[in-house]
Design a protein around this ligand. Structure first.
Ligand code: RUQ
Ligand code: CUA
Length: 660
């Protein structure tokens, strides 16, 4: 690996020299040369451009070193991107039906989508914000990915053996969550922070906001063996009706604790049309909001001891109990805070206030001391003790305008996104890292402009106990002038930045437009940590349960059976035919149709499109899927394979005949 980098660096240096020493080339000339310098000159590339190209280009067949899992924002999907090439490898359907994968069209995948229904109402989109990779001892282990849906307060579980969604849980107590998903260092809990406070149970007039509306943070119990969240062992912590926002799990010294920030501790309720201050003003009156410090280990003990109430079938740990038992403390945090990020060793909590140019760093050790010695500066309206700010703060560093989120590298640097300034700032953590970076602790060392309006940023393994550094991706909201104009709705822009040189400046390498939604957060994992299957383990596999499908068939056992008004079909798919090729039913029949791909070759996926009935499946090698519908229109429907699977792919068809 090191050798690779050296090798790349020397090529890059050579290219720079070449380009640099032959000045005066024409811009915009024809590309007739295969001399790299000539081409660079003709294309108007600077030496830095050439270096960036050499650092990111992947020749055919060469795999990326890292995989980036990015939220697809309000597309309700997840993007998988190679780093450093920034090639899009896959779009995973999660909260939104996705026809290429047949996601949401088969009976089995439709049932997963339906798990996320809101009181029986099926939801067909989500607002994905924060992906979280599963961890073992605080290190990404490459097994699972969790994402939230801010719009409907849901969490989804994706299995990284086949990169498919396996479960969606709907939070029965809330309709919005922003601070999800985050995991504890061994993935026992998936944390879902809150967002806009509302009553837990249905309706209450907004005038009763302080008494009836509530915030919450939910802890979903994860069963790694089964690869499922267990709602019956999960619980919510009741909180004052502030708007709980992002969370992060403690690690190392702070393992067992969880930290969530909040806004609207003013408890503004809006209603500008009634003469109230508008939300954006009402929510920003105070200089401080509250960082929530939660003793999760203690909370889980109280839940196990039955100290909960049950609301809508879900366990809730009441505020009074949490306060009485030392589960919940607040720390004043400036101003309209956004990110909360725990340093790799778990001792520092970095908070950024959107309306404050500083990052504020709290020390977990000081927090523990303040709790032990009851250094409180007061209590809030709900009797939650507020730790004395001066007793727990470690440092405040002026970073720039609109600081949001922070990531870490192995060299003792932190990196914070500056939304208003459109920049990434590199600064030094103090404490044990001071020696490592060989500079003043708690100081800014470098800043790089990004384009534009950066939200999150993500560094390689940057939420890990052992961050890798090397690459950072700025996740910018609007690309404005970076790409060809494709109309008024702008793509978002991921910018890849080289952070590998701890002594030199950061370097911008690559722009990647994202044209499907606003990706909020992402995580970057070493690619070799992921051990995905090449084909399903056996013929007749059902991916949503990761087990043999009860209706899989072997070749020769294909059949059609009628029972009253129900027609059931057991079909196989292989290159290049479906068996059977004719399926005839009567109008009004209920049709249950199982299709098994009997392929074992890696490059043999078949699709199954049934026009007029709104069906498209993807049958990966070994997979069995079911469709179920009423044949409510008569006629002749040609079903066909939607993947170009062989030279005879166009012939991979059949007739579905519905007799009037
Ligand atoms: S956030 S607005 Cu993670 Cu900065 Cu969603
Ligand atoms: Cu199978 Cu095309």
């Amino acid at each position: 690996m090191k050798r690779n980098v050296l090798w790349l660096a020397s090529i890059a240096a050579a290219a720079v020299l070449l380009v640099g020493c032959r000045g005066g080339a024409q811009r915009g000339g024809e590309l007739i040369s295969d001399d790299p310098m000539e081409i660079a000159r003709a294309r108007g590339l600077s030496p830095a451009d050439v270096v960036a190209a050499v650092k990111t280009y992947q020749p055919t067949g060469k795999h990326d070193e890292y995989l980036l899992f990015a939220s697809g924002g309000h597309s309700g999907q997840v993007l998988v991107i190679g780093v450093p090439s920034m090639r899009l490898l896959k779009v995973i359907g999660v909260f939104t039906p996705e026809p290429w994968q047949g996601w949401g069209f088969s009976k089995e995948t439709r049932e997963v989508l339906r798990q996320g229904a809101f009181e029986g109402k099926e939801l067909t989109w989500g607002d994905v914000h924060h992906p979280a990779l599963s961890e073992t001892n605080g290190d990404y282990d490459g097994q699972f990915l969790f994402v939230n849906d801010k719009a409907n307060s849901r969490i989804a579980v994706i299995d990284l053996r086949d990169f498919e969604t396996k479960q969606i849980v709907k939070n029965p107590l809330s309709l919005s969550d922003h601070g999800g998903a985050f995991v504890t260092p061994n993935t026992e809990w998936v944390i879902e922070g809150g967002q806009y406070a509302a009553p837990f149970e249905g309706y209450a007039p907004i005038e009763q906001y302080q008494g009836q509306y509530r915030g919450l943070v939910t802890f979903w119990k994860f069963d790694r063996q089964r690869g499922r969240i267990l709602p019956e062992q999960s619980f919510a912590l009741e909180l004052p009706p502030y708007w709980q926002d992002l969370c992060d799990a403690g690690k190392g010294v702070s393992e067992g604790w969880v930290f969530c920030n909040s806004l609207n501790t003013e408890m503004a309720t809006g209603g500008v049309e009634k003469g109230n201050p508008p939300f954006e003003a009402g929510v920003s009156q105070r200089d401080m909001d509250y960082l929530h410090v939660i003793n999760l280990r203690k909370a889980a003990e109280l839940v196990a001891a039955g100290r909960t109430r049950t609301i809508k079938g879900f366990k809730v740990l009441p505020i009074e109990t949490a306060v009485a038992e030392g589960v919940l403390y607040f720390i004043p945090e400036p101003k309209s805070p956004h990110g909360i990020d725990v340093s790799p060793d778990g001792n520092y909590l970095v908070v950024s206030g959107k309306l404050d140019p500083h990052a504020t760093v709290f020390s977990f050790e000081k927090i523990q001391n303040a709790i032990a010695s009851q250094r409180f500066s007061g209590r809030d309206d709900y009797s939650v003790p507020i730790l004395d700010f001066d007793a727990v703060v470690e440092s405040q560093i002026e970073l720039g305008l609109g600081p949001l989120h922070t990531q870490f590298d192995p060299n003792g640097y932190a990196y914070t996104s500056l939304f208003l300034e459109s920049a990434v700032v590199r600064w030094t953590l103090g404490g044990p890292w001071t020696e490592k970076h060989g500079r003043d602790p708690w100081s800014v060392v470098d800043k790089i402009s990004v384009h534009y309006n950066i939200g999150h940023l993500v560094a390689a393994e940057g939420d890990n106990v052992n961050p890798d550094g090397r690459y950072l991706v700025a996740m910018n909201k609007w690309s404005v002038d970076r790409f060809s104009n494709v109309g008024p709705l702008l793509p978002q822009n991921f910018q890849l930045i080289d952070i590998s040189n701890p002594q030199g400046p950061m370097q911008l390498l690559y722009d990647m437009p994202i044209g499907i939604g606003e990706p909020h957060y992402a995580q970057i994992i070493k690619a070799d940590k992921i051990q995905a299957w090449e084909v399903y383990p056996e013929v007749g596999w059902e991916p949503t349960t990761q087990a043999a499908h009860p209706h899989a068939v072997k070749p020769g056992q294909e059949r059609i059976e009628r029972r009253g008004n129900t027609v059931e079909i057991w079909m196989t798919a292989t290159r290049s035919h479906f068996t059977p090729e004719h399926v005839e039913v009567r109008k009004g029949d209920r049709v249950i149709w199982h299709i098994t791909s009997i392929e074992r070759a890696r490059d043999a996926t078949h699709g199954f499109a049934l026009p007029g009935y709104n069906v498209n499946l993807s049958l990966e090698p070994g997979e069995t899927q079911t469709i179920e519908f009423v044949a409510d229109r008569d006629g002749v429907f040609t079903f066909y394979c939607t993947e170009f699977c062989s030279a005879l792919h166009l012939e991979m068809v059949g007739y579905f005949l519905v007799r009037p």
